[in-house]
Design a protein around this ligand. Structure first.
Ligand SMILES: [Zn+2]
Length: 478
């Protein structure tokens, strides 16, 4: 980030600092100098040349952190809205995903990266498992570097076993060229552990250890990964505090205990788990095992790409489960365990911690990087009154209310408009990708992929249908 940008001062906002005490400051200012937060408090003195932004009737909070997003798939936004994991595996891995050229990965990443900062998600892990060649990988990084956000590249290649791509000279060469001393905020290795007793993934874990790269892995995914993968990782010493377990929805206590004991964290993608079928969104389990949580949106080929949706769906799913479990025992929940404040913490600090960036991002405290989001929309009836600030962020606010966004002190969105972004060019690239995919697949296959068959619904017999409404007499006939 450029240190030459003007200082910025936000005036008179409701500040959710997300510091250790979760301090909330009404009518407060946030002063940004260079790439850092200089001061947070009431009536701050700012340098004469500071850009002043009125935060009255708005909420100031740290930039949000998404710890698992397949950005390349943004090119096919919404296409898989009615998929399950089964359709996803067939279409993305065997059909459309294979057809992605480097320029298509670039197009998806570029639009997804822009979408993230627009929604106040200032740090995103690009879980990039479509890197079929080094050219695809270069394209992914080129796109991330073209957008003023923080991006962690999680390198993966679904078309090969991780023991193949991770040990290839091309991968090493890529790491040397693009990661060492590069512009990205971080680097991870992204692959899944199938539970094969021979544990072929060992070779990839060894490379990750040698490179000092955290591993992020889809764990506890119904029908795909299970307790065996966790056990193999644990028995072979590859579960570390920097390991990120994505979903972790279909696991037993034993696996949760192994995750808790080794200090790793879980990236919960509630919208994904709810409709794809990995398992019930696991925060209700993770809370009991005291496992750190971060939030993620997974992919906008199916779902939304903003963390307001993640916070809202996660809070709802956790409470839904709590009520359901109680009702099964004829009990009533009178007080919910999970609070709005906690999911705001997961969307900010939780993500920062999962990425080992807790000392630099995730909170509005002096000295930290100035990743700041102002949620304010004077034209929206839903932005007044603001009484319960964390609850307001979770259940009332949405991406269109993101007024201003700073990343490392740089203004990337202001007054609801992206700054320095050529959205038309990004759209044109995605349009070209769609033309390519549609032409290559053929119209029939394209339509079939978007519209999976609906199984027949068995209508149960209804014993109460012995009466009939007679419209003439306006009476029930027996
Ligand atoms: Zn995923």
């Amino acid at each position: 980030m450029s240190a030459t940008d003007r200082p910025v001062v936000f005036r008179n906002g409701l500040v959710l600092t997300m510091d250790d005490a979760h301090t909330v400051l009404p009518g407060a200012d946030v002063l940004v100098i260079g790439d850092r937060i200089a001061e947070v408090g009431v009536g701050l003195t700012a340098p004469d040349d500071a850009l002043e932004i009125d935060a009255t009737d708005g909420i100031l909070m740290p930039g949000m952190v998404d710890t698992h997003r397949h950005l390349w798939q943004t090119a096919m936004r919404g296409y898989g809205a009615d998929w399950t994991l089964t359709q996803y595996f067939v279409w993305y891995y065997l059909e459309s995903g294979k057809l992605f050229r480097p320029e298509d990965v670039y197009a998806g990443n570029l639009l997804g990266a822009i979408e993230a900062i627009d929604a106040g998600v200032t740090t995103t892990v690009d879980w990039s498992h479509g890197l079929q060649t080094p050219e695809h990988a270069d394209a992914a990084v080129d796109a991330l570097e073209a957008v003023d956000g923080r991006f962690v590249l999680a390198y993966g290649n679904i078309q090969q076993g991780p023991w193949q791509w991770a040990t290839s000279p091309e991968f090493r060469d890529f790491h040397r060229r693009r990661i060492d001393g590069g512009k990205l905020a971080g680097f991870q290795m992204a692959f899944d552990v199938t539970g094969d007793p021979a544990f072929p993934e060992r070779a990839a874990f060894e490379v990750a250890r040698e490179l000092g790269a955290p591993v992020t892995t889809h764990a506890g995914v119904w029908g795909a990964t299970n307790d065996d993968g966790i056990r193999l990782m644990h028995e072979n010493g590859f579960m570390t505090p920097s390991t990120v377990y994505v979903h972790a929805a279909t696991l037993t206590h034993d696996s949760y205990n192994r995750i808790a004991a080794t200090g790793g964290s879980v990236s919960v993608s509630t919208e994904s788990e709810q409709s794809a079928g990995q398992g019930y969104p696991p925060t209700w389990q993770l809370r009991h095992h005291d496992i750190p949580v971060s939030l993620s949106m997974d992919t906008s080929v199916w779902w939304s790409g903003d963390l307001f949706s993640a916070m809202r769906s996660t809070l709802g799913a956790d409470r839904s489960r709590e009520h359901l479990e109680a009702h099964a025992k004829q009990e009533t929940i009178t007080h919910c365990h999970l609070r709005a404040e906690q999911v705001v913490e997961w969307a900010t600090r939780g993500g920062a911690r999962a990425l080992g960036m807790d000392s630099t991002i995730g909170a509005l405290t002096p000295g930290r990087q100035a990743d700041v989001v102002l949620i304010k929309n004077d034209a929206s009836p839903a932005m007044f009154p603001i009484l319960n600030p964390h609850g307001h962020v979770v259940f009332q606010a949405q991406r269109a209310d993101v007024h201003t966004v700073l990343v490392g002190g740089r203004v990337v969105k202001r007054d609801g408009r992206l700054v320095g972004v050529d959205l038309a060019a990004a759209r044109a690239r995605v349009a070209a990708t769609i033309d390519h995919l549609r032409e290559t697949m053929g119209e029939q296959a394209w339509q079939r992929g978007m519209n999976p068959d609906i199984p027949e619904t068995a209508i149960l017999e209804n014993p109460y249908q012995y009466t009939e409404w007679d419209a003439g007499s306006a009476q029930w006939k027996h």
